[in-house]
Design a protein around this ligand. Structure first.
Ligand code: HEM
Ligand code: HEM
Length: 169
């Protein structure tokens, strides 16, 4: 079977690229917060140095507006791709994480308030996004291999495809 790399729209590559950078950072910095402050199921054998609530909050502040733009793209121009269950699951997990994150109070964990319903929701979202993104990556690789996976990270764009041109569509 001869294969050509699929072409991904520039605006999708831009916003998706931001998710690929920021979602793992949010997940890992969140794991650091969990280990340092909560640790009910699992914790590192030592306290990580640094204020991880602050670091995670900063990643979250950068992530949430971009995640909302990404969701707006996925639900409009990218709608057809959401028919794939793993894509839809990744998006739903992401939205739940971002919305529950916005509702989190910075001091809950510092004050030992581990039973706030919003915090529980944020933890569920953490597990959902992480699981859904792993599923999504396996699904992409099994459907189109590295050729498909890499197509999302290519930098060249067609002349008639610029991120800002989507505004006029
Ligand atoms: C992929 C997983 C995660 C994502 C995408 C995520 C995302 C976010 C976002 C967007 C915010 C709001 C930031 C703001 O605008 O102030 C936030 C806040 C917060 N998250 Fe997460 N989070 C994740 C995992 C976790 C985990 C595992 C924990 C710890 C158990 C955690 C603890 C917190 C705390 C304490 C805040 C409040 C921080 C503040 O307001 O400064 N998050 N998160
Ligand atoms: C290295 C990691 C990743 C790779 C290789 C990858 C690859 C891809 C590819 C190739 C597509 C197009 C899929 C298709 O045609 O069905 C896609 C779409 C998508 N990806 Fe990822 N992805 C990664 C990480 C992520 C992350 C972290 C998120 C965030 C939660 C995410 C969310 C999505 C969503 C929601 C779509 C559908 C977009 C639309 O509706 O237009 N992906 N990804």
């Amino acid at each position: 079977m001869s294969q050509r790399a699929p072409y991904q729209p520039s605006l999708l590559r831009l916003l998706h690229g931001a998710m690929v950078l920021l979602v793992p950072l949010a997940s890992l910095s969140g794991a650091a917060v969990f280990s340092n402050h909560d640790g009910r199921w699992w914790r590192l054998p030592f306290q990580l140095p640094g204020d991880w609530i602050d670091i995670h909050g900063t990643v979250g502040v950068i992530l949430w507006p971009l995640a909302l733009l990404f969701a707006a793209y996925a639900l409009s121009f990218g709608r057809a791709r959401l028919a794939r269950a793993a894509n839809a699951a990744a998006l739903m997990g992401l939205l739940l994480a971002v919305v529950s994150g916005k509702l989190m109070e910075e001091d809950w964990l510092r004050e030992g308030q581990f039973d706030q319903p919003i915090y529980h929701l944020h933890l569920v979202a953490w597990i959902l996004v992480t699981g859904a993104v792993l599923w999504h990556i396996v699904a992409v690789l099994s459907r189109g291999g590295l050729l498909l996976a890499r197509s999302m990270f290519r930098l060249e764009t067609r002349d008639n495809d610029r991120p800002w041109l989507f505004i006029r569509r």
